[in-house]
Ligand binder design. Structure first.
Ligand SMILES: NC(=O)c1ccc[n+]([C@@H]2O[C@H](COP(=O)([O-])OP(=O)(O)OC[C@H]3O[C@@H](n4cnc5c(N)ncnc54)[C@H](O)[C@@H]3O)[C@@H](O)[C@H]2O)c1
Length: 401
């Protein structure tokens, strides 16, 4: 193994689907269908092989990986055969999934999280560890002046946590940084690149951007694009380039599972809806009327349904409409992208990149930097990026967050 993939939220559906998938492909039990990095267009990039990935992670849950994988197989998300065949390998990964350490303040929490990363890297003699956030979506945090400056942030991290008791604050929750940003901070401190697959804040703070540059590590995000927004990023450019005026675009998303349950809360729901709303404004140049709804429907589990209705206007004012229904198995769509992102980010780090990896926009609903939001443009950006990793110039620091 050369490359560690440390999953924040390592016992969740996306994480466990990704681990089982990588182990199944390595064992010859599955094909890498859905892994973008296996396409010939990206094959020239010097990526670590899927078989070279070692997995670990943090989670607040204690449900075993084997039990979670069995539950995903029972729900029809994972095939049952490979889950049965890989129990031993999953038990080995289990030993590398840690609880969040209790801490007095967030500085101590970050130190303990970073120590877990360093110990994982050393135990497996890994060249590097990529930290990928696939934990529960958080509400957006209240703005804080310390988010803008690294020195101020490091001072604020040392403030005792409210109502402290060590046991009550696993992982240093409720401090100046939300958990996703504390995970990014700890990753950077340990010299690890960070990828945020969720809409949470993660590394998207000026102070953390400063730290990433200081430590010479890249980061990517935000919010994996796997369903409704993926389809929108193809259809909206079609309306735009045919000069058809989109009048309304309304979408309803119905999902269950852990993600659905978390998105039933107003804070995470608002963070996800904000992330999903970027694509139309960026590709059409205006915001058509209409809402994006995300509703929790326990019974559908990980099998999400998105139903979108679009009304538009053509030549001489002629009104028309289209609708589409997407039935996606969310974790099966997301997990291969997590593996892709870990491999591409590892190669970028090897190449000397630090700061925002804006070229990974193809994978995200709410990508970093001023980048195109149309999927075809993002694909070209990604292919050029992969070519550059093979042949391009030396280290380049990432631009805007
Ligand atoms: N599945 C998709 O298609 C998709 C697409 C884009 C984004 N996402 C995002 O990926 C994330 C994971 O989705 P999922 O379906 O696996 O959800 P899930 O509920 O199955 O898993 C989330 C895991 O995070 C853990 N967790 C919660 N707080 C934590 C913390 N502070 N530190 C470490 N672990 C913590 C939970 O215990 C759980 O095991 C969500 O934020 C979701 O919005 C998913």
């Amino acid at each position: 193994m050369t490359t560690g993939v440390w999953l924040v939220g390592g016992r969740g559906s996306v994480a466990v689907t990704g681990v089982v998938g990588a182990l199944a492909i390595r064992a010859g039990l599955a094909e890498p269908t859905g892994c973008v990095t296996e396409l010939p267009q990206l094959s020239g990039a010097p990526l670590p092989a899927l078989a070279e990935l070692a997995f670990g992670g943090h989670d607040v849950s204690s449900l075993s990986l084997v039990k979670k994988a069995q539950a995903l197989a029972d729900a029809g998300v994972l095939p049952a055969g490979p889950v049965r065949a890989l129990e031993e390998e999953l038990a080995a990964v289990e030993r590398e999934v840690r609880p969040l350490p209790p801490a007095r303040d967030q500085a101590e929490a970050a130190e303990l999280l970073a120590a877990d990363l360093t110990a994982f890297r050393e135990r497996h003699r890994l060249r590097r560890v990529i930290v990928v956030n696939v934990a529960t979506t958080e509400p957006a945090p209240a703005p804080h002046p310390a988010h803008a400056d690294l020195d101020a942030l490091e001072e604020a991290l040392r403030e005792p946590l409210p109502t402290a008791g060590r046991e009550t604050r696993p992982g240093g929750g409720r401090g100046v940084l939300p958990p996703s940003s504390l995970a990014a901070y700890a990753a950077f401190r340990a010299g690890c690149p960070f990828v945020d697959f969720t809409p949470s804040t993660g590394a998207r703070l000026p102070a953390l951007h400063q730290l990433a540059l200081r430590q010479g590590v890249p980061y990517g995000g935000h919010d994996g694009k796997t369903g409704e927004t993926l389809v929108k990023s193809v259809l909206a450019p079609m309306f735009a380039t045919r000069n058809l005026r989109v009048r309304t675009w309304s979408g309803t998303n119905l999902l269950g599972g852990g993600d659905g349950a978390s998105l039933a809360q107003p804070g995470p729901n608002a963070a996800k809806a904000a992330s999903k709303s970027k694509v139309l404004r960026e590709t059409l140049g205006y915001v058509p009327q209409g809402e994006i709804r995300i509703d929790y429907l326990e019974d559908v589990g990980d099998f999400k349904t998105a139903w979108d209705l679009v009304t538009f206007e053509g030549f001489l004012g002629r009104r028309m409409r289209m609708d589409f229904t997407w039935h996606g198995c969310d974790s099966a769509l997301a997990a291969p992208l997590v593996l892709d992102l870990a491999r591409l980010t590892a190669a970028a780090h090897e190449h000397g990149r630090s700061g925002a990896l804006t070229e990974l926009a193809f994978f995200f609903k709410d990508p970093l930097g001023p980048v195109p939001h149309a999927l075809a443009d993002q694909w070209r950006l990604l292919c050029d990026f992969a070519d550059g990793l093979r042949t391009g110039p030396g280290p380049v620091a990432g631009g805007p967050r």
